[in-house]
Design a protein around this ligand. Structure first.
Ligand code: IPD
Ligand code: CA
Ligand code: CA
Length: 259
């Protein structure tokens, strides 16, 4: 199947899952590793729906999905799925969550789809082709650091990093216009990709949090670098992402080599 057609099929899967989570009521919320780390019954059901459809689309593919212990990167196609990114927002009816689906080919990002059903916004990134919001081409902003809005993820499941996280947040706040904390890493990436924010920083993320958003950012002229490792889609890493104008400045501010 042609890659653009494949992206359309993935968008349909994400939109269906988005409709499912917004049209059904949560009946169970449980804590995973700690009080800040929760999962609802709709996370699990949405993931089942998404996985079934993805594996039907590409029967030979492998997958890494948040609410599943099976986490394997295949030789050819691999899905990296977060059925609901921003689960805490979702459980609190905060209306800022999304479905995030990435498709890798030979361990590299090929297609990223992030769908926010509350705003009916679907971000799609296609490797070497471009990134789109509801079909319209998107690009990262051009603001320098002094004029930057930075979105910061607090790495809520890694509270041992709180000092470095909030020190870095303060640095970004003082160096730029302001900071934001939204509660969805995948949407944070997409917001860098379409210029709604200029910088995104989070000290620790899981592969399903960044996989689709990374493809969308890269194909919208944004820069991104993994902290404490590589974007290998298997292990947790940190992330610094920004538009091309301020990326080096941001890396220097946070003491990170930008190359
Ligand atoms: C979380 C959200 C949050 C980010 C965390 C993620 P989840 O994902 O994206 O914004 O700060 O690092 O784990 O648990 O809601 O899928
Ligand atoms: Ca997530
Ligand atoms: Ca999730």
């Amino acid at each position: 199947m042609e890659v653009k057609q494949l992206a359309k099929e993935i968008e349909t899967i994400a939109r269906r899952a988005g409709e499912f989570i917004t049209q059904n009521k949560i009946t169970n919320i449980s804590e995973k590793t700690q009080a800040s780390d929760i999962v609802t019954d709709l996370d699990v059901k949405a993931q089942e729906m998404i996985l079934k459809a993805c594996l039907e689309l590409l029967p030979q593919s492998e997958y890494v999905a948040e609410e599943d212990t099976h986490k394997t990167i295949g030789e050819e196609y691999t899905w990296v799925i977060d059925p609901i990114d921003g689960t805490t927002n979702f459980a609190y009816d905060f209306h800022h969550s999304c479905i995030s689906i990435a498709l890798l080919y030979k361990k590299k990002g090929l297609i990223g789809v992030v769908y926010n059903p509350f705003l009916n916004e679907c971000f799609v990134g296609i490797e070497n082709e471009g990134s789109y919001l509801n079909g319209k081409r998107i690009h990262a902003s051009q603001n320098d650091l002094k004029h930057a809005i930075s979105v910061v993820g607090t790495a809520p499941y890694y509270k041992e990093y709180a000092d470095v996280v909030f020190d870095n947040m303060k640095k970004l706040f003082l160096a730029g216009r302001d900071v934001r904390r939204t509660g969805s890493a995948a949407l944070d990436c997409c917001y860098v990709a379409c210029g709604r924010v200029d910088v995104y920083y989070e000290e620790r993320l899981s592969p399903w949090d960044y996989a689709a958003g990374l493809i969308i950012m890269k194909n919208a002229q944004a820069c991104a670098k993994a902290l404490h490792g590589e974007f290998d889609y298997l292990n947790p890493v940190g992330i610094i992402a920004a538009n091309e104008t301020c990326f080096e400045e941001v890396c220097a501010l946070l003491g990170v080599n930008h190359e």
